[in-house]
Ligand binder design. Structure first.
Ligand SMILES: [Zn+2]
Length: 229
């Protein structure tokens, strides 16, 4: 089972090569995408035959996790292809703009939903963020959990305990004030042992690598790198 980072920055990309949030997961020849922020569509096109992309899971509806869904619709029209989108329903203009297109077959998710995507089974746990966010738990040959955006809450630890790899929003500087975990919280998670932690959702102007030098089980996400789960 493999994870490829399409984009790791938030809330906006770095000025050189960065995209915002997006991840490609492969298991036994099946693939799915988690979040689709700015710049990620081009990378997805470079890495896959886009007709093989049938399942897209959205952790939450902030722009840095969803904006490339809009140009993606033009591509889907051209290919006469549709994809399944899994996200929670919201009564907002952004939700309606994103998903009111026949190329998107939208399924509402919550903590009671289980989805089969080829050889993978997905479930969801609520996180705490500025808006509603669900952690995405992908069970294939191994288990990968992705927090989406979150401040620390008990379900983050639950994700860590049930996973081989936790992809987590835990890269902000220690003095950061906002709805994301900091490097201090990443280190706290890292003390639990067990799962590997990939720290993502980097601020464009802060590299957290040196913060984790004593933690073999925490790595900082690298764009276009493929990780074995
Ligand atoms: Zn967010």
């Amino acid at each position: 089972m493999e994870l490829t980072v399409l984009g790791k920055y938030g809330p906006y990309p770095s000025k050189s090569t960065g995209c915002t949030s997006g991840y490609l997961v492969k298991n036994k020849g099946d693939l799915l995408v988690m979040d689709m922020g700015s710049g990620t569509l081009a990378r997805l096109m470079a890495l896959t035959d886009i007709r093989e992309v049938r399942h897209i899971f959205i952790s939450h509806l902030h722009y840095d996790h969803t904006s490339d869904l809009l140009p993606f619709r033009y591509l889907l029209e051209e290919l006469n292809h549709s994809v399944n989108i899994y996200t929670h329903r919201e009564d907002t203009a952004w939700y309606r703009l994103l998903f009111s297109h026949p190329a998107f077959k939208v399924t509402d998710i919550d903590e009671n939903t289980e989805i089969k995507a080829g050889s993978m089974t997905l479930s969801f746990l609520p996180m705490e963020h500025a808006v509603r966010d669900y952690a995405i738990i992908v069970k294939g040959e191994k288990t990968l959990s992705y927090t989406g955006d979150a401040v620390y809450n008990d379900n983050v630890l639950k994700c860590l305990k049930i996973s081989d790899t936790l992809l987590a929003d835990c890269s902000k500087p220690e003095d950061f004030k906002g709805p994301h975990m900091t490097v201090r919280q990443a280190r706290e998670l890292g003390k639990n042992g067990g799962a590997k932690i990939i720290a993502t959702h980097l601020s464009p102007d802060f590299d957290p690598s040196s913060e984790f030098k004593d933690f073999k089980n925490i790595t900082v996400a690298e764009e276009l790198k493929t990780y074995t789960i």
